[in-house]
Design a protein around this ligand. Structure first.
Ligand code: AMP
Ligand code: ZN
Length: 117
């Protein structure tokens, strides 16, 4: 699983990515199919399948990701807000099974998060 996990492969440098940030615990890189003018994601280096698989041992890295997101957003020019998304599991529409936080933004207001029926 960690062998074939696409984000683990990005962490190991086996797949190219446009990296924004890296330390011992976290990597941030641009999304390959951006859904907004700026669209990047933060991932823990440790393979965690989803937020539903996180436990107390992941508190520090998840806290770091939350604090890092606004810092990187600002560095990329998102001075007037941004959106963070963590898709989780089937219902959440998660496609890559390695926990990741999307950060999206740009000049204009983003569309509504979800359409209301
Ligand atoms: P999710 O639907 O939340 O699992 O989002 C997965 C995201 O990963 C999508 O926005 C994809 O565009 C993105 N993605 C998939 N493969 C790559 C890759 N090799 N490099 C960068 N982003 C990727
Ligand atoms: Zn992984």
């Amino acid at each position: 699983m960690m062998e074939s996990c696409i984000f683990c492969r990005i962490i190991r440098g086996e797949i190219p990515s446009r990296k924004i940030f890296e330390d011992d615990d976290i990597v941030a890189f641009h999304d390959i199919h951006p859904a907004a003018p700026v669209h990047f994601m933060l991932i823990p280096k440790a393979h965690v399948e989803s937020l539903a698989h996180a436990d107390d041992t992941h508190r520090d890295v998840l806290g770091k990701m939350m604090v890092l997101a606004p810092r990187l957003a600002k560095e990329l020019g998102l001075n007037d807000g941004f959106r963070t998304i963590v898709n989780t599991g089937r219902v959440g529409g998660q496609e890559v099974l390695h926990l990741h936080m999307h950060v999206l933004g740009g000049k204009d207001r983003l569309p509504p998060m979800l359409a209301r029926n």
